[in-house]
Design a protein around this ligand. Structure first.
Ligand SMILES: O=C(CO)[C@@H](O)[C@H](O)COP(=O)(O)O
Length: 254
């Protein structure tokens, strides 16, 4: 499409949207023309609130600072993700960006997270992935900086994760490289340490991912202090399996 034709087409779409308040496509022939739906409702209102609350919870538990980290949720062939570089104190539900699985912006005025390619790689390669969280939570990051996986040293770790928290190879930010490195080592826990970087969590829901991000920091902290104070031995693998199965079938209101 010639650029003048594109502009005419976009003008037509905008008028159509204003009149009808209807959701319209935001990418025309790969032309960079993203905009929000000013005339109508934003896409995924419910998921926007859920994602906003997840970001607030990460901040409340001290797992992120200022602009660091991000959360996304998969909705069919779309992913809703945090905008890049927006401080948590300024973040609003309407700021989240809708992208498709190839990274095209479907709705949103802001640039999506710098880690979007990583999140998308995980959604495309792990069919159970419904939400992804990235943090630089302090104690987990200490293990990642030391280039050490976190052994199963206590029952809480066995309960929630059921295995040691693996460590990726080093991968640079801003491409699929981190996603590839995560897929190579991820196990049933869905929690991974990014070498020299931080944490990546994959969840079956936003709640599941938030819970794992919170508990990972708790076990990373306990394991760090235990290792500093003495020479803790890991729980036996049979006991780890037993605790994990018990927790996942009986714990709480099940
Ligand atoms: O780790 C990194 C960059 O090194 C990112 O996770 C930032 O911490 C947050 O980036 P945005 O989601 O704001 O783009």
């Amino acid at each position: 499409m010639r650029s003048t034709d594109r502009l005419l087409f976009i003008d037509f779409l905008l008028k159509f949207e204003n009149k009808n308040g209807t959701v319209i496509p935001c990418c025309v022939d790969n032309f960079d023309c993203t905009f929000t739906h000013k005339g109508g409702k934003s896409m995924y209102e419910k998921e926007r609130k859920e994602l906003y609350n997840a970001h607030l919870l990460l901040e409340k538990y001290g797992l992120v600072a200022y602009t660091s980290g991000n959360v996304s949720v998969r909705i069919g062939d779309h992913v809703l993700i945090k905008p890049s570089g927006v401080p948590y104190t300024e973040l609003k539900p309407e700021d989240f960006v809708v992208v498709d699985l190839e990274g095209n912006v479907i709705e949103g005025e802001k640039k999506p997270s710098v880690d979007t390619a990583t999140h998308l790689y995980l959604y495309k390669h792990l069919d159970w992935a419904k939400s992804v969280i990235h943090t630089h939570s302090t104690f987990a990051m200490v293990w990642a900086i030391l280039e050490k996986s976190i052994p199963v040293l206590c029952t809480a770790h066995a309960d929630v994760f059921g295995e040691e928290i693996p460590l990726t190879e080093y991968a640079p930010v801003g491409s699929e490289a981190i996603g590839k490195a995560v897929v190579k080592v991820i196990g049933k826990s869905g929690a991974v340490l990014l070498r020299k970087h931080g944490v990546m969590i994959v969840g079956t829901s936003v709640d599941d991912a938030v819970k794992k991000a919170i508990f990972l920091e708790e076990v990373a902290k306990a394991a760090y202090f235990a290792t500093l104070a003495g020479k803790p031995t890991p729980l036996p693998p049979d006991e780890v399996d037993h605790l994990y199965n018990q927790y996942h079938t009986k714990y709480g209101q099940k």
